[in-house]
Structure formats: C-alpha cells, structure tokens
Design a protein around this ligand. Structure first.
Ligand code: SF4
Length: 676
C-alpha cells in the first residue's frame, strides 16, 4: 500500500489517500490530516484520470489555424526562439496551487533566477494572497499558527466566509465529530447564504456581503466595553492595540448591526464566545480573502484573537487553503513577490541569499505584476508571451471579456494535463503529467507535507511540469542550473533554502513524509518573527465597492466538483445534482420579480450577462449566489460579471461582490427538468 499513497489533488485539507489493489481510492488511516476519512470527490479519480487528456505537444503559429502535433524537441525550439526574440520583461508565467512543490520550485527558479524577472504569479492570487498578507502583518510570517489536532479539544468554532461543509468536508466532519463528544460546544457561521455549514451550526449570522470588517470591529468594541479583553496578553505579546481599538470604536453594535443588517445581539454573542469559551478556532476562506477589503477583514478577525489571547492552547485564527498545494507554493515563494523559504524579493538579504544559492547575478528587487495586472499589460502590448501552467484563467479570472481579449492577443503557451477552455486561445499546448503519474510533495492547510507517489504511467507523451522547464533550460544551454534527474533531486535542493527559516524542512526526506514543519503551535513561545517579536494589531478600516444593480452577486464552490471542472466534470456521478448551472435566490426577491423556482433568468452586471436556472434558498434578501466553476460547454462563466478590482495590499480580486440585475427569460415548464 505504501507505494501508492498520495495527497488528494483537490482542496487544501490535504487528505492522505491510497489506491488499493482493485484500483479504488481510500482514505489513509496513517495520515494526520484525515485519519482515514475522505469525501466524494477523489473517489471518482481513477475514472477520470485519462478522460480528455492532452497526450502530445500541439502547435499553431496563428490562432485561426488548427493545431498540429509537434515533438517535444520542436516545442522546445519554438519556446527557445520566442524567449530569445522577446525580452524577459515581455514574458509572463501564471502557475497553480495544484502543482507539486517540485514543479513550482523549478518554474519559479526558471523565471526569477534564469530569466531574471519576477513576472510570475499563481492562482493563489485569487485564493490565499490576502491570508498570506494578513499573517505576515500580524505575526511577521505566513503559516497557520495551529494544526488540525487543535480541533479535537476546542469548544468554539467560527466559520466566516467559509462553507467548509462543502469546500473542506473532511475538516468540517472533524469539527462535527468533536461536537458529538461534548455538549459544551458551539459552532457559528457568518455568511449571507444559509450554506450547508450554516445549517449545521448553532448560530447563523446572515451578514450583508462585504461588511465583515464592520462586524469584527464591532466585536472588538464590545469586548472592550464589557471589560472582556485580555490585557495581560495584549501588554506582553502584542503592539498596535490602541490604533486598532480607535478604528473599532467607529462601530458600536447599533451602527454595525445596521451596516451588516444583522441583530445587535449576535455581535454580543460573538464577543461573549471570544471572551468566555475555553478554546476557539476561527476558520476563514474566500469569503474574507476575495474582497476589495480583504486584508482588513482577515486582520479584523486576527485582532479578536490577539485581544482575547486566543492562540495556542486557547485557540487559533486558521485560514483554510483553497488548493491542495497552495501552502507548498507559498513555501517556494511562487507569487510575484516571493522567494523560496518564505523570502521576499523586496528584502535585500533574502535576495542575496537566493542569488548566491542559485548562482545568478541579480534577482529583481521589485515584485512582478500580479495576474490581473499582467492581463492589462498584455492588452497594452507590454507582455507578449503568456505561459499558463495547470490552471484555467479563461474561466477563473475576473472580468472575463477582458481576459478573453488578452488571451486572444498574446502568444499563449498552455501546459496542462487536460484540454480546458484556456487551450482554445493557445498557440502551443504542452501535455503535463498529473497526480498518480509523477512523484513529488504537497503541503496541506496545517503545514503537513505529503509525498505523492506515482501509481501509473504518464499519459501519452506527457511529462512532469518541473521536467518540462528543466529540459527547456537544458536546450537553452543552462542545464547547469537545473541538474535534476528525478523529483527527489529538486526537493533536496529546495529544502536547503528553508534551513533556519520558520518553514524549515531541511532535515526532511521523502521517506519521512507525511510530516509537518514547525511545532504544533507555530508560535508556542509567543515570540513572533516581527521586528519587536510581538504580534501586531491592525487598524482594520472598512471599504466596500460601489456597484450598480438590484442584487449583490456572491460566488462560491460546488459541492462535488472542483474549480473549473477540468477533471471532476468528467464524472457523471460528481456532476449529478450540480447541473444545470444555477443561481440561488431568496424566494421573496424572486416572487417580487415574477420569477419562480427553476425559471431561466438572465443575470447582468456592467461587465456582461449570463443565464442560469433559479433555485430558491435562504439567502439574504438583495443577494444572489452562483457557483463559479462551470466551463463554457455547460454555461457562460459567472466571472464574466465580476470586476477585476482588488484589495490594495494583497491584490486579490473582489470575486465575491458584483452588482447585478436579474430578469426572467423562460418559465420552468419551458426549459424542462434538470438534476437539481
Ligand atoms: Fe480531498 Fe479535500 Fe475531500 Fe480531503 S476533504 S478528500 S482533501 S477534497
């Protein structure tokens, strides 16, 4: 069995799985993230591994021509000539939290080391960038401060902007198991929609979208008013409390309740739980991260932990990672400002270390463009080659009409295991091996590294992503920088960059995985890697975008499919009950517009329009919810309606807040019944 263990390639819980002798996927009982548990998504993995795959490199110089098969040698010649013809600044690389750590490390080294530019970003920009910024501000470093074990003796859980029952199911089941063991426990969900997580909670605070900063500031206000602050903790281990409190004082409960459209009493309950529970974990995800006010939202929540001393044995602010290896990507520094070992291009000492380590003259001191900035740079002609690896921006980026124009204009390389919507715009397609076909490491949400072993041959002529870049470098005459024969060589190089860092894995080998970096509590001594060694409060100012339209559109995940469905969408079992593409409306709002359940409606924003079938649900009035992942063959993606504005610090887009109007197109009787 040991030879066939791997980490689930879907959400960031990072469940350990194995494939048994009959080809069935099972949960690994030895793995600390899931203790043998799993959800429905990976069960169908063997069925879809070979469906719709890319098996050969494909090329066309002009996008109106059909693709022709080319050899890998020809593909490398094309790439070499493009990379020679263009300056490095005219190239851009957009990679993924679904890659193995070895893949991300090599691609990052290729771009920041060999090409000498920071024009690289990952789809974590749409996902975890805000949490990273917040952790770095509050604690001086990225990294979740506690681990999953902490769930097992906590007595209060808050889910804010997270539908964990759907998006992180094994973790949520662990919370429910804890609840079954004690009646002294409370689960609270803060969300405009009554999600599955909300339904299973003791209290659902149905907040107006975008106003979390107000609510969380108001909780700090109440903690102060009631004398529930832990001043010993604040004075000994933190700084910046007075400024944070000054901002919070703008939001007494009566004001906050009006802005958030919730009950004052609920603010008081939240404050009381922060003050009086024994151990409180607050989980958050994209509801806080994908926002124009995201870093403030994150830090307003962390402020509450600092104000009540809720770290280590007393609790933890726990950001849930969206993708299976976003944590590994953060460790290798694959965003436009990062360097391996939790380093930053803006820090001269960090640059010097990596310049010496990679034996390169110079690493750019300024962060490169983020992906949304790169889209603008393509349209203005500043970026002329875009290389997309293991992600599907034609569906997942905001303001998709603009994205489609950029993808049509640029010389586009798509490196992926599957044919996806972005391939339609490509000039060159490179087939990549995927989970089960290559070996390497992933890190789950709680810092546990898992070795993913190969259990089948690569599909067609596909290659591991790290190998594609290493071989290209070789053909460019720089094989000396990438002297790897197998993924283990890459891991052994990468891990040396972490020596002495917070995320130190320098002593780990493949044989010792799964293993977690850092102690169970990352800041056990309550000493933080900030200048003063204290954790930092943040004055969490509130902003919200102004949008036209009767409704606020919020977006999120489907239960059994994952991201843009390139893999899960091949399974009829997983698609059942998730098509036709739908929008959730409050029945009162719908009936006011003459819309009934299962009617077909048009949702329009200033940026575009899409059609969806209506499902009634308990969503806050004036809001609608639509899942984001449907590919074009099922429907026009919802991100056509979403703006590409972003948080000023994390530059993460405001993916969950668009003003829309809704009009009825056809009655339910005209469109027939789907599976919903
Ligand atoms: Fe995979 Fe996440 Fe389900 Fe675990 S909870 S099996 S990591 S999708």
């Amino acid at each position: 069995m040991e030879e066939k263990t791997f980490q689930c390639p879907y959400c960031g819980v990072g469940c350990g799985l194995y494939i048994d002798d009959r080809g069935r996927i099972k949960g690994d009982f030895q793995h600390p993230a899931n203790l043998g548990d799993l959800c429905k998504k990976p069960i169908y993995l063997p069925k879809v591994l070979d469906e719709g795959r890319l098996g050969k490199p494909l090329y066309r110089e002009s996008k109106d021509r059909p693709f022709s098969e080319v050899s890998w040698e020809e593909a490398f010649t094309i790439l070499k000539s493009k990379l020679t013809e263009l300056s490095p600044k005219e190239t851009y690389f957009y990679i993924s939290g679904q890659l193995l750590t070895e893949d991300s490390y090599v691609i990052n080294k290729f771009v920041k080391g060999l090409l000498g530019v920071n024009n690289i970003d990952a789809n974590s920009r749409l996902c975890m960038a805000s949490a990273v910024s917040a952790y770095k501000y509050a604690f001086g470093s990225d990294g979740v401060p506690c681990t999953y074990e902490d769930i097992d003796d906590a007595d209060a859980f808050i889910f804010v902007g997270s539908n964990a029952a759907v998006s992180h199911p094994v973790l949520f089941k662990r919370v429910l198991r804890r609840r079954r063991k004690t009646d002294q426990m409370v689960v609270i969900t803060i969300d405009p929609l009554e999600t599955e997580t909300a339904r299973k909670s003791d209290l659902h605070i149905q907040i107006r979208a975008g106003t979390d900063t107000v609510l969380l500031n108001s909780v700090l206000y109440v903690l102060h008013r009631e004398g529930w602050l832990d001043f010993r903790f604040i004075d000994t281990y933190t700084e910046g409390f007075d400024e944070a409190l000054r901002v919070a004082q703008d939001f007494p409960p009566e004001t906050a309740a009006q802005i958030c459209q919730i009950k004052e009493e609920d603010i008081y309950i939240l404050a009381k739980i922060f003050a009086q529970s024994r151990k409180l974990i607050s989980f958050w995800c994209q509801g806080l991260n994908q926002s124009v006010n995201a870093v403030s939202k994150n830090l307003a929540l962390i402020n509450l932990h600092l104000a009540t001393g809720r770290l280590n044995a007393k609790g933890c602010p726990f950001s849930l990672t969206g993708q299976p290896n976003a944590m590994g990507g953060r460790e290798v520094g694959y965003l436009s400002n990062g360097l391996p070992g939790y380093r930053d291009v803006r820090n001269a000492e960090d640059r010097r270390f990596m310049e010496h380590f990679w034996n390169v003259d110079r690493i750019e001191p300024r962060p490169g463009r983020t992906i949304t900035e790169a889209i603008d740079a393509i349209l203005s002609g500043d970026v002329r080659l875009l290389w997309v690896v293991c992600t599907n921006p034609a569906v997942s980026l905001p303001e998709l009409d603009k994205v489609k124009k950029a993808l049509s204009k640029v010389f586009l390389v798509v490196q992926d295991a599957y044919w996806n919507d972005t391939c339609r715009f490509a000039n060159l397609i490179l087939p990549a091996s995927q989970v089960g076909e290559k070996e390497g490491v992933m890190t789950g949400s709680d810092r546990t590294l898992t070795l993913c072993r190969a259990f089948k041959e690569p599909y067609g002529d596909s290659k591991p992503d790290w190998l594609i870049f290493a071989q290209l470098a070789q053909s460019m005459g720089r094989g000396d920088m990438f002297p790897y024969e197998e993924s283990r060589d890459v891991f052994d190089e990468f891990k040396l960059t972490t020596e002495g860092r917070l995320c130190d894995i320098s002593k780990l080998s493949y044989e010792e995985l799964p293993a977690r970096w850092g102690k169970r509590w990352l800041y056990e001594e309550l000493k933080f890697p900030t200048q003063s060694s204290r954790a930092r409060f943040y004055p969490a100012k509130f902003t919200v975008a102004s949008e036209r339209g009767r409704f606020i559109l919020i977006t999120g995940r489907l239960k059994n499919n994952w991201h843009t469905m390139t893999r899960t969408g091949k399974s009829p079992e997983l698609l059942k009950r998730e098509i036709p593409p739908y929008v959730i409306m409050n029945p009162k709002d719908a009936l006011e517009l003459g819309i009934g359940e299962r009617d077909l409606v048009k949702l329009s924003s200033d940026r575009g329009s899409v059609e969806r079938v209506v499902v009634f649900g308990n969503i806050k009035r004036g809001h609608v919810f639509a899942p984001f992942g449907y590919p074009y063959e099922l429907a026009e993606p919802i991100n056509l309606l979403i703006s590409d504005r972003y948080d000023p610090i994390s530059k993460e887009p405001d993916l969950k807040f668009a003003g829309v109007d809704v009009i009825k197109l056809k009655g339910a009787e005209e469109i027939g019944k789907g599976d919903l």
